[in-house]
Design a protein around this ligand. Structure first.
Ligand SMILES: [Zn+2]
Length: 239
């Protein structure tokens, strides 16, 4: 009869995990995507470029050179500890009107993270960015992972939870600038939030992202798309 007891325990732990992390993560993520897709038919041809995982010493300034040249606004969800190490890049973004949000303190997943740690992570991330002179309004969790404590702290810190509609797997070493560009062109729709990466990734991945955007931005503009700061979507709170 011992196995019965263990099965019961395993079921209870599994159900706890589902309620604590899996439900908040996937319900909110799919709600975001479905809402944007539903609205796409009537939406203006606006795209929101967002970048996670930076700032990065090698790539972020190169990316900013391209965005400046193309006059394309963008939003950067920064890993707070990386931002602390690159105040010059943060300053450049502020000066040139880019929007800055947080992407956790050290890029750790909130999936099954203890309650206290999630709260400390978010509070510390906001505090680091405030010291850099950034008023944080948006939060994109690493991998989109959330737990019940994340939801509490997002509300408490008056943050906007920002997911995405389009990814191009630009972190992968298997992708080329052309394949990333093609994925972006194929997947966008009016009102879509595009999630790319200016840091981390495999084998210099952000370099391929920048090359892809050199091609994709002019082509999207030709299709009639305009780019806006993701903060314009923050009015549409999802929690
Ligand atoms: Zn990330």
């Amino acid at each position: 009869m011992k196995w019965k007891k263990w099965t019961k325990r395993a079921t209870a732990v599994g159900a706890g995990m589902v309620c604590y992390s899996v439900f908040p993560t996937y319900i909110l993520k799919y709600r975001w995507i479905l809402k944007d897709r539903r609205q796409a038919e009537d939406a203006e041809k606006i795209l929101y470029l967002t970048f996670d995982d930076g700032p990065d010493t090698v790539y972020t300034n190169k990316l900013l050179d391209l965005l400046d040249e193309q006059k394309v606004p963008a939003t950067f969800f920064m890993v707070a500890e990386s931002a602390k190490q690159h105040p010059g890049i943060v300053e450049r973004m502020k000066k040139n009107g880019y929007s800055i949000g947080i992407h956790s303190q050290k890029h750790e997943s909130a999936m099954l993270q203890p309650i206290g740690k999630t709260g400390r992570d978010l509070k510390k991330s906001v505090e680091i960015m405030e010291k850099l002179g950034v008023d944080i309004k948006g939060y994109r969790p690493p991998w989109g992972h959330l737990n019940l404590a994340s939801l509490y702290w997002i509300k408490k810190l008056h943050l906007n939870l920002v997911f995405w509609d389009v990814m191009a797997q630009d972190w992968s070493a298997d992708e080329t600038p052309d394949s990333i560009c093609n994925k972006i062109l194929r997947r966008v729709f009016p009102g879509a939030v595009i999630c790319l990466h200016d840091g981390r990734g495999e084998n210099g991945a952000p370099g391929r992202t920048i090359e892809a955007l050199e091609k994709a931005i002019p082509l999207l503009k030709k299709q009639g798309y305009v780019f806006r700061n993701a903060e314009e979507k923050y009015g549409e709170k999802i929690i």
